[in-house]
Structure formats: structure tokens, C-alpha cells
Design a protein around this ligand. Structure first.
Ligand code: NAP
Length: 282
């Protein structure tokens, strides 16, 4: 068996073309979606994420603005900045790039963002709404994963989903979203015993650990759908996922590549959430 590749890059392009048209329509009605991004400090990875978010906004016609604050910015100063953006009519989405310097509480910052502008879907109100199946801004990476699975018309009902990783931004919410779709969900994490027994029974295996080549084909059931969320750099500087792609694609029915898999979908869902937020103001 050779797995069918689920290309996040292609799906993202398709979705962005549609969103561009939607933004044009909104603009013609007097609403230009706006996203504000705040970056504290000069972490190179964060700088590059922020840059690509801005570029993507520009491509589809979303107004974007970036505040780069020095690393010594106090928590109070950051909270004041967020309050200004909460009240800014032309801003529909606010994103504070994580991680923050250690003297600033991520929790306080996330909770300061107006839940109606929380396009990252990290605010406890949005998480609670998602948990209870209410309308919410869904966290972008998990949302993108669900869209990728649905794009291939893969049936989720009653399927055994195994999520390896339980972070608040990927593992936990992706499991919850798939539970909402009537899958049966198992979480594995660093304290899980005999992890292989779980992964080998997965119809859909989602790996979000952050370790290069963590899952090889021995962990995968024949015909499973494999979603690789990991982004890792090898010593040679090559970008790889958590899954050994070459081997896994021999046993899986569908698989996402790295790069060109989950990554492009994450930003796409951020743009999508910003458009939804803008529409709600009409
Ligand atoms: P994280 O917060 O570091 O969480 C990693 C998870 O992996 C934790 O739950 C941890 O378990 C688990 N884990 C670690 N070692 C393990 C082991 N030996 N066996 C089983 N589980 C183990 O990472 P994250 O933020 O979720 O990100 C995961 C990966 O996805 C990273 O490579 C990140 O760069 C990537 N990512 C990609 C995108 C994208 O858009 N493509 C977005 C977000 C993240 P414990 O909870 O027990 O410690």
C-alpha cells in the first residue's frame, strides 16, 4: 500500500482563494477584516512565524498590523496594549505570539484578550465553548487538522483516534474536536505505558510530540490515517515531522507530509477565524 498524501499546502491554497473572494465582498460592504499581532522580544522562530502570518494576511486582503515590543516590556504594558486592541473597531482578531518572556504570565495575557477577538482560540471561554460543542473560535492547528481529514471525506464516526501528545494548543483540543465528531479518542503522553499497543489500534493516528522520527511504521496499523503535526530540524537543517514518512507511507492509507502538511493549514484557519470575527460585527 502507498498512502495518499493529504497536502495541507494545496488545501490551504484552495481555501485561501475562496477567502480572498469573501474578503473582497466584505470590503465592498465596508468591513475590512483586521488582525493585530503582538510580538514581545526577538526570538528568531517567532519572528519568522509572525512574518509569514502577515504575508498571508496581505495575500488575501486582510489588514494586518504588527507591534514588536522589547523583551523587557512589562506584563502591565502588554495588558494595556491588548486593552487598546480590544477596543479598536478596525481590529477583529488579536494574536500574541507565544512563547512570551518568562516575566510575563501567558495565562494573564491570553485571558486579557477579548474572547470575541481571540482568533487563536486559546481563551478559556473559547476552550469551554469548544468542549461543550458551542460556537467558538477553534484553535488553528487542531481546526486545520480536522479540515484536512474532512477534505478526504474520511468518516470519523466510531473511529478510534489516538492522539500522541496532550499540549493545550494541539493534543488536547484536537482530541476534543474529533470527539465532537463522534470518534473514540485515546490520548498518549510521556507517562503512557506500552504506547505501541494504543497506536497500533488507531484508525487515525495524530502525532504532536516534537521529536524527529518518533513514530515509525511499527507503530501504525495497516490502513490508518496518519497526521504528523511535529516540526523538527535535523542536524543537517532539514525540516522533518515526528513520523518516519518513508516507512509510514507504506502502511498508512492517508498521510500528511512535513513540510507542506499541517503547517500551512494552521495559518489558513487563523485567517478564517479573523474573517468570521469581522463578519460578526456586521
Ligand atoms: P509540547 O507542548 O512540547 O507537547 C508535547 C507533548 O508530547 C506532551 O504532551 C508530551 O507529554 C508528549 N511527549 C513527549 N515525549 C513523549 C514520549 N516519549 N511519549 C509520548 N508522548 C510524549 O508540544 P506542542 O506544542 O503540542 O507541539 C508538538 C509538535 O508540533 C512540535 O514539533 C511543534 O513544533 C509542532 N507544532 C506544529 C504546528 C504546525 O502548525 N505545524 C503547530 C503547533 C505545534 P507530557 O504532556 O506528558 O509531557
Amino acid at each position: 500500500m502507498t498512502a495518499i498524501i493529504i497536502s495541507g499546502k494545496e488545501l490551504a491554497q484552495e481555501k485561501r482563494l475562496k477567502m480572498k473572494v469573501e474578503v473582497e465582498e466584505l470590503v465592498s460592504k465596508g468591513v475590512k477584516p483586521g488582525l493585530a499581532v503582538i510580538l514581545v522580544g526577538d526570538d528568531p522562530a517567532s519572528q519568522s512565524y509572525v512574518k509569514s502570518k502577515q504575508k498571508s494576511c496581505k495575500e488575501i486582503g486582510i489588514h494586518s498590523e504588527l507591534d514588536v515590543l522589547p523583551v523587557e516590556t512589562s506584563e502591565q504594558e502588554l495588558l494595556e496594549k491588548i486593552e487598546i486592541l480590544n477596543n479598536a473597531k478596525h481590529i477583529h482578531g488579536i494574536l500574541v505570539q507565544l512563547p512570551l518572556p518568562s516575566h510575563i504570565s501567558e495565562k494573564a495575557v491570553i485571558e486579557a484578550i477579548d474572547p470575541n477577538k481571540d482568533v487563536d482560540g486559546f481563551h478559556p471561554i473559547n476552550i469551554g465553548r469548544m468542549m461543550t460543542g458551542q460556537e467558538a473560535f477553534l484553535p488553528c492547528t487542531p481546526y486545520g487538522i480536522v479540515e484536512m481529514i474532512k477534505s478526504k471525506n474520511i468518516d470519523l464516526e466510531g473511529k478510534h483516534v489516538v492522539v500522541v501528545g496532550r499540549s493545550n494548543i494541539v493534543g488536547k483540543p484536537v482530541g476534543q474536536l474529533l470527539l465532537n465528531e463522534n470518534a473514540t479518542v485515546t490520548y498518549c503522553h510521556s507517562r503512557t505505558k506500552n504506547m505501541k499497543e494504543f497506536t497500533q489500534s488507531a484508525d487515525i493516528l495524530i502525532v504532536a510530540v516534537g521529536r524527529a522520527h518518533f513514530i515509525d511504521k511499527e507503530y501504525i496499523k495497516e490502513g490508518a490515517v496518519v497526521i504528523d503535526v511535529g516540526v523538527n530540524r535535523t542536524e543537517e537543517g532539514k525540516l522533518v515531522g515526528d513520523v518516519v514518512f518513508e516507512g509510514a507511507k507504506e502502511v498508512a492509507s492517508y498521510i500528511t507530509p512535513v513540510p507542506g502538511g499541517v503547517g500551512p493549514m494552521t495559518i489558513t484557519m487563523l485567517l478564517y477565524n479573523t474573517i468570521i470575527s469581522a463578519k460578526r460585527t456586521m
